[in-house]
Design a binder for this molecule. Sequence first.
Ligand SMILES: Cc1ncc(COP(=O)(O)O)c(C=O)c1O
Length: 492
Amino acid sequence: MLKLSGQGPLYLQLYRAIQQDILTGALISGDQLPASRELAKTLSLSRNVVVQCYEQLASEGYIHSKQGAGSFISDVFIHLDSSMTQESAQIPQPTVEISQNAKSMLPMWEQYRLDLQNPITPKIDFQYGNVGVDHRLEQQLRTNLRNQGAGISPNYQHPAGLIRLREVIAKYVRQYRGVNCRADQILITNGSQEGLTIVAQMLLNPGDSVIMEDPGYRGATQSFKSVSAQISTVNVDRFGLCTEELPVTEGRGSPSHVKLLYTTPSHQFPTGGVMPLERRIALLQWAKSNQVMILEDDYDSEFRYQGPPIESIHGMDDSSQTIYMGTFSKIISPVLRTGFLVLPDQLIEPACAIQWTHNRHSPLVIQQMLGEYLDSVHFIRHLRRMRKRYSERRTVLIEALDEHFGDQIRVHGTNAGIHLTAWTSLPVERESELIQIALDHGLGIHTVTSLYRKTPKNIGLLMGYANLANSEIRKGVKILAQCVKLIDPPPH
Ligand SMILES: Cc1ncc(COP(=O)(O)O)c(C=O)c1O
């Protein structure tokens, strides 16, 4: 019996279920799949969903159809790469034993791969993570890029990155985020994602304990899992990590010792809570007395709309127990793949050693271009422009949600960043249905369910607004309200 995961569009859930049966040998070459109408009836799905799924399986060579006879499992040996054509897939491949590490990474990649491969492009998409298109920025970066290369030695350089960029970043985080650091504490990374992996490799042995927020950022889970760390979680409320729930552990060397705590205090991901000062102090005290390193992910704090700015945890730390992590993915764009770590002195060399092994260093042309840009008036102007634009879009979204849902939706995390969360009163069991109905109406919505350890009761939406015009936001929320109405009331 095919089991759907409950996550994502229905046709992809069905695709994954059938693909899994093929990969595990439950369905073998020559087996016939039920007719789309029949399968739709058995699973209570619309026929369109099954047809879309069969088309996807056929385009990847998993199945083929014989005119008038139906769809059959293809004679396929291995499906490591979706780009393989059917002919090459039929050449027997030697079995390759991949590492436990790679195996643990495959499921998450598989999900992302499918999204990349089947880009669903609804007319309006509240996709989190997209930044606003800004023509002035594009033009400026293009001009800056054209001038790059001059003055850079053609040889390998220091893994920590170009000194000019590190100096500008140090100045920037000192000034705007209260991070107390020197340029030589900065290590340039290929985005925060590489920063996470460097920290994981530097501090964690297999089985070591790391604490994350629940719900939390999957990018961090991936990096910690990649070194076989033991992940435990602490709950989050509207003020971020619940510091009073932090466990008391014994010191280094004891089995209960926690090596690392990962947190997003400026704008908790995904709930958006801003951690108040008392909790920051409590967290630092806990880390000090339990000898735990804190990894502070400050991914989108440049965009702050309400309340006084709160200094980074790093700026309050007088015991060098915090690694501060920043990224240019939100302030500028993820295409730069540039982020940075601010390291305590004793971790500078280990981090450089790891970066040297990963990449030697991040691409120097991008570093040079970024250093120049950050040091120019254009960057500050860009920040001001985007803050104003995002702030407007955020207000439009909040007002539209209020207009169409009133108290039927609870909105959180609006003080900062480029997304908010909105909790509907619909039960989580109806999530796939809502996503599908929205897609059928040209609307992309995304939920927080998979970011929680324990499935929440209601459908919570993660709504990115940075890349949508005000009119699109209004229209999108109106469509969302219509879609919610189309979901049958839950049985009482
Ligand atoms: C919590 C969090 N940290 C960091 C990032 C940025 O990652 P990167 O710098 O690798 O693009 C994101 C992006 O979505 C995020 O949500």
